[in-house]
Design a protein around this ligand. Structure first.
Ligand SMILES: [Zn+2]
Length: 319
């Protein structure tokens, strides 16, 4: 009997080792995996081609034990010590966005994380382009009568401990071990901050702006739009993403890809947000023609105009 248990244990350990090795080879850039950012290094997702820098900010794959495990249970059921990555129970008003005229704009990266770059960006990084585009979108939306909030304003952001304590005061579900207090405003903290502000004053939507990168295929260009199809605001997020897809395609005639992903595979800024949310990879830093556009002041204005038109249309259709 004892030898059966030993063999069972050995088999489970071998299976875990195989799964670990497979995940190392196949999934290095998927959400939920951690990687280390090195300045000047360009990260791309081999599956989707989009830049992975925001995924350097993902949550750890392990969580604290529930404290109910026995020694035997942890030895014979190691998989259960890592809870599955599932959506938290919804405990917020998923329709709060309907009465709001305020748009939350998230300029990607920042706080020591410059995002992607390429030889075509001449020393420029995604972080500054995204911020400039976010400011232009803010100004355009303000002109059209919207209220706007910038998730980050330049390089300043709230203290991580303050975000955590406000989230707890609001009774929010918090993955506390993701609050790392290292003064890097990673994607989970960024999203929790968005959700905390949203509980105070609901946002109509959140739009996150990024620049894409695919050094292995420089011919790839255009816009990619990501949204989560598996959370409390999946339907309005999909509507918003679809409208942006149509506007950008007809305004610029470039390749536009929309990707709706299930909760576990979605970007953190789209899967945890308690409001309609999209992430827009506006153009490719690694494509020479796209890079030229990214430096073109007129294109920048036209692009945020297209996003603002999309938001106008979304607001008229959101119900
Ligand atoms: Zn990015």
């Amino acid at each position: 009997m004892k030898s059966l248990w030993v063999r069972l244990l050995a088999a489970i350990q071998a299976a875990i080792l195989v799964l670990f090795l497979v995940s190392c080879v196949a999934g290095t850039a998927r959400p939920g995996k951690e990687s280390v950012y090195r300045p000047g290094e360009v990260g791309t997702d081999p599956d989707t081609g989009h830049d992975t820098r925001i995924e350097t900010e993902t949550e750890p794959v392990t969580e604290p034990s529930t404290g109910t495990d026995t020694e035997a249970a942890t030895e014979t059921e190691p998989a259960e010590t890592v809870p599955p990555d599932v959506p938290p129970e919804i405990n917020y008003d998923v329709n709060a966005h309907l009465g709001s005229n305020t748009v939350l704009i998230d300029a990607g990266h920042g706080y020591g994380d410059p995002g992607c770059t390429s030889k075509y960006l001449k020393g420029e990084y995604e972080v500054t382009i995204a911020y400039d585009m976010a400011c232009l979108l803010r100004d355009e939306l303000n002109k059209r009568g919207y209220q706007t909030v910038m998730l980050r304003d330049g390089e300043s952001f709230p203290n991580e401990r303050e975000i955590l304590s406000r989230a707890k005061d609001l009774g929010m579900f918090v993955k506390e071990n993701n609050i790392n207090e290292n003064n890097v405003f990673h994607a989970y903290e960024r999203t929790l901050w968005a959700d905390v502000m949203n509980r105070d004053t609901p946002f109509a939507l959140m739009i996150s702006l990024h620049v894409n990168s695919l050094p292995a295929a420089e011919e790839v260009r255009g816009t990619e739009i990501y949204h989560c199809v598996d959370n409390g605001c999946a339907a309005p997020s999909e509507l918003l993403a679809t409208i942006i897809e149509e506007h950008v395609r007809s305004d610029f005639g470039v390749r536009v890809k929309r990707e709706g992903t299930v909760w576990s595979d979605s970007y953190i800024v789209t899967k945890w947000t308690e409001m309609p949310s999209v992430l827009v990879e506006m153009a490719y830093a690694t494509n020479q023609d796209d890079a030229k556009l990214l430096f073109d002041k007129e294109w920048r204005k036209e692009y945020v105009g297209s996003l603002a038109d999309s938001i106008d249309e979304y607001m008229s259709k959101r119900g």
